[in-house]
Design a protein around this ligand. Sequence first.
Ligand code: CP
Ligand code: NVA
Length: 312
Amino acid sequence: MKHFIDIADFSVAELQSMLDLALSLKAEYKNGVIRPLLKDKVLAMVFEKPSLRTRVSFDMAMRTLGGDALYLSPQEVGLGKRESIPDVARVLSGYVQAIMARVFEHEHILELARWSSVPVINGLSDYNHPCQAIADALTIIEEFDDLKGRTVAYIGDGNNVAISLMKIVTKLGGDFRIANPEDYDMPEDAIQQSREFAVETGGSVALFRAPEEAAEAADVLYTDTWISMGQEEEGKKREMIFPPYQINEKLVGMAKSDAIVLHCLPAYRGKEITDEVADGPHSRLFEQAENRMHAQKAILVQLFDKGDDHVE
Ligand code: CP
Ligand code: NVA
């Protein structure tokens, strides 16, 4: 049985087939074709943190493919608080066909997966956000056909979203750059791992402090909040440090003229991204958000091992 916990756990071929499947399921959906690929499947969605996109896109992915989803709020389950994670994993495995969880500590996802007898999907942890990365890659591929030869510049905090983005960009042969302040680097092991992917695929990883250097002639500019869920206590300090890392029209002007701007959302407008950019011609923020749903469908179908029948 396979879980969906980290982009690194998937081969280039598996990621490509997941993206092909997402593209074909999206095209079918737009043409009004709905197939019950997830009939009789129910997904339990366990949240330790708030969510709009992850919650609704997984729910709609399940429903539109003939399955169903159950939302379990932080107050209801209390992962590791009301009940131990091994017990939650074993109980849910008796009721549902897959578990998606959004957790504070990455270890919670790993522990759920260790004890679950059904697939576990990581809906964001303090370490990574692999479902987001599938939607990000999908959005870039829709725009440019391929990641190979494309430069993706992430500006801001070296956080969970940045880590998964770096992994998928390098797995697919793209050039990943990040500009982040000192003390907000991505973990060294994730950088090293992505450099190894890049050696195999012809991609690269480059680290910068200056946003302008990372943005120079980039195809994609990407940012995320400066204060992730769970970091609220560091909020004041971060708001002092991060303002130079805003994606604004000046920074967009340094990228290629046909560059696109992505943000996983929720966006803190006027902080990491300006209104002018978020609502401007380079923005693909809402296409990217919609793609979360098509990406989740592909993740789910492939996890349930039905993908092969549906990729042309
Ligand atoms: N991008 C993302 O995961 O959004 P939510 O926190 O709303 O799920
Ligand atoms: N880095 C953000 C992503 C939210 C989708 C957080 O962890 O809060």
